[in-house]
Design a protein around this ligand. Sequence first.
Ligand code: MLT
Length: 407
Amino acid sequence: MILVNENYSKLKASYLFADIAKRVKVFQSSYPEKPIIRLGIGDVTEPLPPACVEAFHKAVDEMATRETFRGYGPEQGYEFLREAIAQNDFRKRGADISADEIFVSDGAKCDTANIQELFAQKLKIAVPDPVYPVYVDTNVMAGRTGKNTAGRYSGLVYLDSTQENGFVPPPPETPVDLVYLCFPNNPTGAVATKEQLAAWVDYARANKALILFDAAYEAFIRTPGIPHSIYEIPGAKSCAIEFRSFSKTAGFTGTRCAFTVVPKELAAYTQKGEAVPLHPMWTRRHTTKFNGVSYPVQRAAEAVYSREGKKQVKATINFYLANAKIIRKAFLKAGYDCTGGENSPYIWVNVKGGKSWDFFDRILHDAQVVITPGAGFGRDGEGFIRVSAFNSRTNVEEAMRRISAIL
Ligand code: MLT
C-alpha cells in the first residue's frame, strides 16, 4: 500500500498566492467589465534589460549551429556567470566569496525550499513572523513541525517582527539550530543594519546555528551603509548560506535564474559533534537533482554585470522604487502608517485595527486592486497589508487614485 506524506495535511489547503488568485478569479467572473490592477504577488512587469536581451539572442544563435551548440552545462553554473557574480556581488563589497562557492539555479524559492534536505529531521527552527510562506510550508512538508493552531505551527520558534522592533527581530533568548532571515524583508520591506546582522552572526556562531539568508531584494537597497550581503559581516562565512535571485533584480521571474552561496568553511554537525562541511553536500545534491540553468539564460544573467546591464538594471529598480514612493505617499496621506518601499519594492501598511483579509476584499471589490493580506504571511501579519510596487506607472497611479478615493 502506498502511504502518503501525512505532513501535507497540516498545511493550509493552498499556497497564499494561489489562494489570492482564486479569490480574484471569482471576482473577475462576477464582474468581467471591471478592470483589475495587480499589486499583489511580487511579479515584475518591466521587460528584461536590453543588455540581457542581446546576450540572450546571441546565445540562442550559438545553440543553432553545430560548432557553437552546447548540451548539458555544469550543474553548478557556467564559470563565466559564477565568476561575474563572485566579483560583482561579493568581492566588490569586501566579501571574500569565490566563484566555486556560487551555485547557479532556477530560483531562490526552490533553493530556500531544497536546502533543508541537508539537515537532520530534528531541528529547532526559527522563522520571523510575518514570513515568506515557503520557509515554513516546506518545513511542514518535511515533517519538522507539529500541527497549526491559531496560525502557528508547534515546534517552530517564531520571531515576532513588529512595529516596536522595526520589523527586524533580535535573536531569541534560547538557542535554535536553523534561522531564516530575509532582508530587505518580504513582506515588510524592512532592512537590517550592519549591527543588527552582526548580532545574528554572533548568535549563530555562539550556538553553532546556521542562518539561511534570503537577499533576493538586495538590489533595491539605496540607503548607504545597509549591507547587501550577510557576508559583509565578519564571521558570516562560517554560519550563513545566502540566496540571491535575478528575478526582482533584472526581471527574470519568467526567465528563471538565481544562485545560492555555500561557503567552503560552513559546516553542520553529526550527533557526535563532528563537523561536516556543507559545500560538498550541496554539490552532491545539486549535481544529483539538478541539470543546470539553460546556457542562453546564464548568458543573459551574465549581461546584468556588463556596464550597460548595470545601468539598465539600476534604472528599472529606480522606476519601481518611484512607484513605491507613490504608494507610500498615498497611504500616508490617507493616515495609514507604512514601512518599506524605500529599500524594497514592498510597502507594509498598518490597516489601523482592521483585518487584513477584510481589507483585501474591500480593496478588491471597491477599487478593483489586488494587494496581499498581511495575515497570509503569519499571525503577526494580521492587521497589515502588503502592496507591491511592481507594475507600470500608469497602473500604480490609477490604483492609488482608486484606493485613495475609498479610504
Ligand atoms: C512574493 O510576492 O512574495 C514573491 O513573488 C514570492 C516569490 O518571489 O516567490
